[in-house]
Structures are given as C-alpha cells and as structure tokens.
Design a protein around this ligand. Structure first.
Ligand code: IPM
Ligand code: MG
Length: 364
C-alpha cells in the first residue's frame, strides 16, 4: 500500500470549490485502489495576502518541497488586482514554480468529440485535435533581471528581461523530443527568432538537441504565425515547445480548441527521478473565475483531470489516472454538463453533483 503526501493549495475564487472535488476524487482513488493519500492544506494567492501579507509563505514552499505533489486551485481576483501593489496573488504561483524548480509545464489539449459544439471554432477544424504544449516555466520574461519600474530623469520607465541560457533551453528540448517520440513523433518549436536574440539561441539549442532524435520531425514556427496555425490547422500539431511567455499565450489560445477552459488540466514538473517520477504541481488552467466564485457552479472536470495528471506524473499510478480520465469522459458521454459546457437551453449540474457523477463512475 503506497502512501502519498499531497499539499493542497486551493487559493482564490473558484479554486477552493474545485479543489475540494479534486480531493474527493483522490480520496475515492485511495479507497478503491488501496493507496493512502494524506492531505495538508495551506494558503496561497489573495487568501495568503489577506492572512499573512504575502502571496505565499516560505514555510508553505518548504512544505510543498517535502510532499509528493501539490494540488493547486487558482489565484487572483478583483480584490487584489491593484496595478501598483507590491504584493500580488500571482507572485505565490511564480514563487512556487521557481522555488520548487518546476521548469516544465505540460498542457495537453485534446478535443472531446461530445463537446465540439461548445467551441467557438468550427467542429470540422477542431475534431481530432490532440496536442501537448510543453512550456518553459522558470526562466525567460517571467524571471529575467532586471525586471523593474523606475524613474529616470523624471520620467517613468519599466523593463523586463527575456533571459535564457542553453541549459534551460536544452532540458525543455530534450523533454519535448522524448515526449514526441512516445506520441506522433513531431515536435514544433515556437520562437521569434527573426527578432529576438533569446529566440535565436532557443532555436540553435533546439537544433543541436535534435541531432539525438533523428526519428522525430522538427519544425520551427514563429510565434505570431503559430497563433494563426493553431486556429487554422490545429490537428497538425503533436508536441509543441515554447518559452515561458510564448507558452503562456499560446496555451490560452489552444485551450479554446477543446470548447472550454473548464476542461483543461496542467502539470508543472521539475527534475524527475530514474523512474520518471518527481515532485509536481498540478493545476487546472481555468484560473480563479471571480465572476462565478462561491456559487457552486464551476466546472470541476479540469480539476478532476488534473488529479489524473498528479496520479500519473508524481505517483506513478497510470491505471488509476486512466480510471479517472475514463470516468470524466463517461460523464461527458452521458450528456451531463456544467453551465460552461452546456448548450443554450440545455440543463446543467452544479459543481458538487457533477463531481458526484464522476465518483459514481470511478473504477467502473
Ligand atoms: C498561467 C497563468 C499565470 C502565468 C499567471 C496567473 C501568473 O496565466 O498559468 O498560464 O502567466 O503563468
Ligand atoms: Mg496563462
């Protein structure tokens, strides 16, 4: 019987509502497959700012470091959205990513047949989409120094720095190639090499690394063109690698290919052990959705699919991960919907009931 320590960071907005359902799913997996999940809960984001004045406490990062995995809800909301504030909820997320060394952000995007009509894109364009974006997560524009606002000669100015070194690029490239090898053997590297020095280095290193993977087809696509191709011919992409900022932008766009952001999971991973497993932080990509927070109507499926990624990448429980994913698909196939994925006039279930439907199909 394996034991896993999970640090739960619900955060803000709908974070707590969906995270509670994720915990219930893990508990059910524990019971049905005989594993022990120990949960500890802590504050992050606006909730942490309100309680402790910082977006995450150093102790919380330490706790995360010594756990098997972190289940993360969402951070942010209008209450803390003050452009000039020194303390912002997002800092909690960034401090965890950086502090835990989680440099690889995996965002799978798979079109779900029964939900094709929920997308604003034409069903025939998104049908069959199955891609995985691997976003670099601990360097680039998010962390490069200087990053500051200052006054020079009485004038306000600000600067961000898109720093990358070859090791940071190479490890993402290797992961991209290795992952592509297990899928359709195609890797798309996104950059802006026609303008940025950091992108030219990115491309150079990706080409160097590619020598070790002759069986994987590599293409380079400029980020502006990529935004276009993603909505024109999304089926053409298999594994996509991108730097921190470009990855942030194209994954929001890619999420729309599935119909709803309410369905997308993500994993942030760092150095993995020999067994391919390691500490990871798992979060749905939909964010805190303050407009529907507290109403019990948020879609819990992204969070539930996120727990499947946690089971797979941090616990090595592939069978259990697939059981969770199958249960979610069974609920969708049964026509059950939360408001965000329901067609106009179609009935919908609230958060808790939707999760109950998944639980009742788990292990079936
Ligand atoms: C994401 C989010 C975060 C990011 C924000 C909340 C800081 O947009 O995970 O994609 O920019 O990385
Ligand atoms: Mg984003």
């Amino acid at each position: 019987m394996a034991t896993f320590d999970i640090l739960v960071l619900p955060g803000d907005g709908i974070g707590p509502e969906v995270t509670a359902e994720g915990v219930r799913v893990l508990q059910a997996v524990g019971e049905r497959f005989e594993h022990v999940f120990n949960f500890e809960q802590d504050l992050v984001g606006g909730a942490s700012i309100d309680a402790d004045g910082v977006a995450v406490l150093p102790e919380t990062i330490e706790k995360a470091r010594s756990s098997s995995a972190v289940l993360f809800g969402a951070v942010g909301g209008p209450k803390w959205d003050i452009p000039t504030a020194d303390v912002r909820p997002e800092q909690g997320l960034l401090a965890l990513r950086s502090g835990l060394g989680l440099w690889a952000n995996l965002r799978p995007v798979t079109a779900i047949p029964a939900l094709l009509d929920a997308s604003t894109l034409k069903p025939e364009v998104i049908e069959g989409v199955d891609l995985l974006v691997i976003r670099e997560l601990t360097s680039g524009l998010y962390f490069g120094k200087p990053q500051e606002r200052r006054v020079v000669d009485g004038r306000r100015e600000a600067v961000d720095t898109n720093y990358y070194n070859e090791d940071e690029i190479a490890r993402v490239a290797h992961l991209g190639f290795r992952t592509a090898r297990e899928r359709r053997k195609k890797l798309t590297s996104v950059d802006k090499a026609n303008v940025m020095a950091s992108s030219r280095l990115w491309r150079e290193i990706v080409v160097e690394v590619s020598q070790e993977y002759p069986d994987v087809a590599l293409e380079h696509v400029l980020v502006d063109a990529m935004t276009m191709h993603l909505i024109r011919r999304p089926r053409d992409f298999d594994v996509v690698i991108a730097d921190n900022m470009f990855g942030d932008i194209i994954t929001d766009e890619a999420s729309m290919l599935t119909g709803s952001m309410g369905m997308l999971a993500s994993a942030s991973l760092g150095q993995l052990g020999e067994d391919g497993l390691g500490l990871g932080m798992y979060e749905p990509i939909h964010g805190s959705a303050p407009d529907i927070a507290g109403k019990g109507v948020a879609n819990p499926l992204a969070m539930i699919l996120t727990t499947a990624m946690l089971l797979r990448h941090s616990c090595g429980l592939e069978e259990e991960a697939q059981a969770v994913e199958r249960a979610v698909m069974a609920v969708i196939d049964a026509g059950l919907r939360t408001p965000d994925i329901a067609a106009t006039g179609e009935p919908s279930l609230p958060t808790r009931e939707m999760a109950d439907e998944v639980l009742s199909r788990l292990g079936a």
